[in-house]
Every structure is written in C-alpha cells, then in structure tokens.
Design a protein around this ligand. Structure first.
Ligand code: NAG
Ligand code: NAG
Ligand code: NAG
Length: 278
C-alpha cells in the first residue's frame, strides 16, 4: 500500500481546516496573538483528531474494498494488477530479422490471406472479467448489461496489434484506399478518419514501446569472410508467451453484445496512482 493510497481518505479534510482558519478572527493586536494562536492550534488539533477518527472509521467501514485495492503493488520492480497476469509465462524468443533470408510469415503482399493472419492475432472480441477481477484493476471498468457479475475488459496488446495493422494498411494505399493518410490534408473526406486513426495508432505504439522498454541486447559479431563485424538482429529476447495471453482472452470472449448505453452502478472503488513507483 503506497502512502498516497493510505492517506487518500484524508483528502477531504484540508477543506475543513481551511474553514476553521477562516472562522478565526484576524489577529488585531499583538496581545491577542498568543491567545488566538493557541486557539487556532487547539482548533486544528481537535479537527485533526476528528479527521483521524473519521479516517479510521472510513477505513474499517470500507475494509473489503481497501483490502482488494491495497493488494495492488506499487514498487518499481512490481507491476500493476491485470487479470491476465495469471496467463503470463516467459520464453526465449528470437525475432525474424525481416530482411531477405529471414522473413516472417507476415511479410507477404497485402491480400485476404494476410488480412486473415492479422485478424487472427487480435480479432476475437472484447473480454469479460469477473467483478472480483474488475475490483482489483487500477482503473474502473463497466459492468456488462445482462451478464451478471461480469465486466468489460480489453488487453492492450490486442489494441496495439489492431493499431499496427492499421498502420500497415495505411502504408499500402493501392490495396487499402480507405486507409490512405495525409498529414498535409491531401485527402478525400473518407480518408480523414484514417489519418486521425493512424496518427493515434502510431503514437499509441510509440508510447507502448517506451512504456515496456525492451532491454534485450542487439549485438555485433565478426564476419570472417567480410573481415568486418556486423550487427546481428536474431538475438534472444525475454518474451511473454503470446499464445497463452491469446488463450486467456479467447476463453473470456464476451458472450453478449455490449450495450454501452446501459449504466450499471456498482460499489467498486479504485486506488489513485501517481508517478511515484520508486
Ligand atoms: C469518421 O468516423 C466517425 C466515427 O468515429 C464517423 O461518425 C464518421 O462518419 C466518419 N467519417 C467518415 C468520412 O468516414
Ligand atoms: C580478410 O583478411 C584476411 C587476413 O587479413 C585476408 O587474407 C582476406 O583476403 C580478407 N578478406 C577480404 C574479403 O577482404
Ligand atoms: C487510470 O488510472 C490512472 C492512475 O491512477 C489515472 O491517472 C487515470 O486517469 C485513470 N484513467 C481512467 C480512465 O480512469
């Protein structure tokens, strides 16, 4: 439990303190000063005591939620809760370098077959998680109308892949004319959306790459025939097993179409995080 979380319930109290200060008379004469200061101090002490009591009461009254939210770790070596963490397994992965001689199966000309390959990566619907899982998320999500006790959720890896697919499409406007982009507004109206969408996607992927900051090491090795060292891309990475993450999501595909116009109240309270993971 971070300090921010721990003391969050006090956040309403400074206003009370302000009121208290506002009510005290202005110090007119020096002789009154000490009395007033003492009065203000006693007042502050009383307010703080009341605030402490209220806080303790609030903490206990909301014990079930505090317990769930406080399990969210906030240390630099730990990660925020995700219901999919249970599916995380690691493996050593070596990427295709992507140049002639080491191409990936995704490096084929745009075609229905390629669209299908991309679609298979992420296109199996949004997920449904339990209320207990939703209550542990760092952010609040919404209940699924008609699917009692279940909440809507999407793993960002699938949004990332969707985004990269749109960037790929934008790079082949002969095949995907609707996805042609122009940052100089040289587009027909139907391409304005693509331009905005692809801009969002590129920036999202940029932030994701920076956020996850892959620290795998690209190396240089001596090439005896060429008498020179050359950069080698086919290095070992720590990878999360993508198929396990996919399995997790496929097992939780929403069973009802999601109606975003229905609001369902709940008692889930999420913690507040600041940029203070250290
Ligand atoms: C752009 O997308 C919005 C929804 O995001 C839609 O309402 C609008 O019709 C689209 N415009 C074009 C020209 O496709
Ligand atoms: C590489 O260096 C060796 C030894 O200096 C030399 O015999 C050989 O011809 C060189 N090869 C090339 C491709 O420059
Ligand atoms: C999600 O949580 C973070 C960290 O507390 C917060 O900064 C952000 O505004 C939240 N976003 C939403 C949509 O709740």
């Amino acid at each position: 439990m971070s300090k921010e979380q721990e003391y969050h319930p006090l956040m309403g109290d400074p206003a009370e303190l302000e009121d208290e200060r506002g009510d005290s008379p202005p110090p007119a004469k020096p002789t009154w000063m000490s009395k007033i200061s003492r009065g203000v101090l006693v007042g502050l002490l009383a307010v703080e005591t009341v605030a402490l009591a209220v806080t303790i009461f609030a903490l206990f009254a909301r014990a079930p939620h505090r317990l769930t939210t406080c399990t969210v770790p906030a240390k630099s070596h730990e990660v925020l809760y995700s219901p999919a963490l249970e599916a995380v397994e690691h493996e050593v992965g070596v990427y295709n370098v992507g140049f002639e001689g080491d191409l990936s199966p995704f490096q084929m000309p745009s075609s229905p077959a390629l669209d299908q390959k991309w679609s298979d990566l992420y296109n199996f619907g949004i997920s449904r998680i339990t209320k207990e899982e939703a209550a542990r998320l760092p952010n609040k999500t919404h209940a699924i109308p008609g699917d009692d006790g279940h909440y809507i959720a999407e793993l960002d890896v699938f949004h990332n892949l969707h985004c990269l697919n749109k960037v790929r499409m934008a790079l082949d406007p002969d095949y995907y004319p609707d996805w042609r982009v122009s940052t100089t507004n040289n587009y027909i109206p139907s391409q304005k959306n693509a331009t905005e969408h692809v801009s969002h996607c590129i920036d999202w992927i940029r932030q994701s790459l920076m956020c996850t900051s892959d620290t795998s090491v690209i190396v240089w090795q001596w090439h005896r025939m060429l008498n020179t060292s050359i950069v080698k891309g086919n290095i070992a990475h720590t990878c999360r097993k993508f198929d396990k993450i996919q399995e997790w999501a496929k097992d939780r595909t929403m069973i009802l179409p999601y109606d975003p116009t229905v609001h369902i109240e709940d008692d889930i309270v999420v913690p507040i995080f600041h940029n203070d993971f250290n």
